[in-house]
Design a protein around this ligand. Structure first.
Ligand SMILES: [Zn+2]
Length: 314
């Protein structure tokens, strides 16, 4: 059983910051939704149509993530609500733009009132006309495919699904990122350190112990080893008191046709660390600085590092 303390969001929301973020987030979501329809109109090709719902969903998801980060949102429900709001704004704007393009280019005059005809509600008429006319996709050899009826509904469903799926998926990562409640800011990335060439038994022992210090106790072996424990450090740049460490086991093994296969497994995410843990981590494992010095030593046969260090010794 793991005994480590992981980061838990406080659930607070900085409403004034969040509203300011929505001030640029909502118009941008609407703009992206409109732009998406223009791209579909300008490039009526099968591949573009196939990829576009996923791209729209991803872009709106990233936008929701940026708005939440900028708005300092640490509340799961509020984050989800923001993601839904932005996704639906983008989707609504996209359908609005599609309606405008359809009326202007595909069915001009169809929505003008005509004498002696019973008026049909515009939305109902649009939905039936749109399914009747369908989408015309062009091919390289100047032929075209018309996809009408059920396909139109299927495509709209696909768009909605992609947008909502990405919106909620990306927001899940934003709400679990560590935040310093004293300094009112997200934690910044610190150093990356790794312990290569460790013994499996030592790792199993540390895992059964379930503490960060047990993981720090694992002895490093050869730097060039194919299996590593990678420690990524997050810290509060303002107070320097708050530290979190995530640990991933990564490996490289020979795969088919001699090409190396890379794998990774998350050992612990955002584990609370003391300044002492961080000092140990830097001292007992390889950091980016040490490895670049090692690489330099290999490439220069040791002379560069020795001459660089020579001024330190009297
Ligand atoms: Zn702080």
């Amino acid at each position: 059983m793991n005994k480590w303390t992981t980061y838990q969001p406080s659930g607070r929301t900085d409403w004034s910051r969040l509203l300011r973020s929505l001030g640029w987030g909502l118009p941008l979501a609407a703009l992206l939704g409109g732009l998406y329809q223009l791209i579909l109109y300008w490039f009526p090709y099968g591949l573009v149509w196939l990829c576009s719902p996923v791209v729209l969903g991803f872009v709106l998801g990233v936008l929701a993530y940026r708005v939440e980060v900028h708005g300092h949102c640490r509340n799961k429900r509020v984050a989800l609500l923001i993601a839904l709001l932005l996704s639906l704004t983008g989707l609504t704007a996209s359908h609005g733009a599609a309606f405008q393009i359809f009326v202007m280019k595909v069915a001009p005059g169809q929505f003008l009132p005509k004498p002696n005809r019973k008026p049909v509600p515009p939305l109902e008429k649009y939905l039936s006309l749109r399914q009747e006319r369908g989408f015309v996709l062009h091919h390289k050899n100047s032929s075209a495919t018309e996809l009408a009826g059920g396909f139109v509904k299927f495509f709209w469903g696909l768009e909605a699904l992609a947008v909502l799926w990405f919106g909620t998926l990306l927001t899940r990562t934003s709400r679990s990122e560590p935040y310093c409640e004293d300094c009112h800011d997200w934690l910044a990335a610190g150093e990356v350190a790794w312990k290569p060439g460790f013994e499996r038994q030592a790792l199993n022992r540390a895992l059964s112990h379930g503490t960060l210090s047990a993981l720090l106790d694992i002895q490093s072996g050869l730097c060039m080893s194919a299996e590593k424990l990678v420690f990524t450090h997050l810290l509060c740049n303002h107070c320097s008191r708050l530290h979190y460490v995530s640990v991933v086991r990564s490996w490289r093994e020979p795969g088919p046709e001699g090409k190396p296969v890379f794998g990774s497994e998350e050992i612990g995410r955002n584990l609370r660390a003391t300044p002492g843990d961080i000092a140990r981590l830097k001292f007992e494992s390889y950091t980016t600085e040490q490895v670049s010095a090692d690489a330099l030593r290999i490439f220069t046969g040791g002379s560069a590092v020795e001459s660089a260090g020579s001024h330190l010794t009297p």
